[in-house]
Ligand binder design. Structure first.
Ligand code: MG
Length: 214
């Protein structure tokens, strides 16, 4: 009898455990967790560590005339966290497009600091973003107004590239830059699709708990 109770208890635990593990997190709880992470300083602390580690890695490289580090823009250099929080983390394309054209996105202070560090050491900076060609001027203005005044190039998607995945688009752009003579020694981005593919150099993954781009 004792053995039967033991078996019953074990089965109950397995069923409960299996049931719990397959249930998704309630969306409100997930949003609260994300907001708490960003607003409590934990996101900043994680980012401090990422940038500190990146600086030590880049310190081992002596830049030449064409040595370049590629930076993504959204959630790597510019933060849309406050904007997305105001929208309760929903994605509404017309509102997002309007927000980009306002060119008032704040810089992420840690990656701004990394960028400044690299410029001072003699690395070229190229911004490679999935934003489209009609957003070029606003993006350039936003970056410039946030203090990014010494970058080499800003690359945005052209019409033939609109349907490419981020991974394909960024891989092709890095290949093209390499063919033109740039030596890419590092890539900084909040998405793995920013970092994977050829010619990435040192990969610096910036934390992003708001969305995933494949
Ligand atoms: Mg991004």
């Amino acid at each position: 009898m004792k053995k039967m109770w033991g078996t019953f208890l074990l089965l109950t635990i397995i069923i409960l455990f299996t049931g719990c593990s397959s249930a998704p997190l309630n969306l409100e709880i997930a949003k609260d967790d994300v907001m708490n992470y960003y607003d409590s300083g934990k996101y900043d602390a994680e980012l401090d560590n990422v940038v500190k580690h990146a600086e030590s890695e880049f310190n081992s490289i002596q830049p030449g005339d064409s040595t370049v580090v590629i930076f993504d823009v959204d959630e790597t250099i510019l933060s849309s966290y406050d904007f997305e929080k105001d929208l309760d983390f929903g994605y509404v394309m017309p509102l997002w497009d309007k927000y980009i054209l306002e060119a008032k996105e704040p810089a992420i202070k840690q990656t701004k600091s990394l960028c400044d560090f690299l410029v001072k050491k003699g690395f070229k900076i190229i911004f490679l973003t999935g934003r489209k060609n009609d957003q070029y001027n606003a993006t350039y203005k936003n970056l410039f107004n946030d203090g990014f005044t010494k970058f080499d190039t800003l690359i945005v998607r052209q019409p033939p590239e609109f349907d490419y995945t981020a991974l394909k688009y960024k891989s092709l752009q890095r290949t093209e830059l390499t063919n033109r003579g740039y030596k890419i020694v590092g890539t900084v981005g909040d998405q793995y699709s920013d970092l994977d593919g050829p010619y990435h150099g040192i990969q610096v993954k910036i934390p992003n708990y708001l969305y995933i781009i494949k």
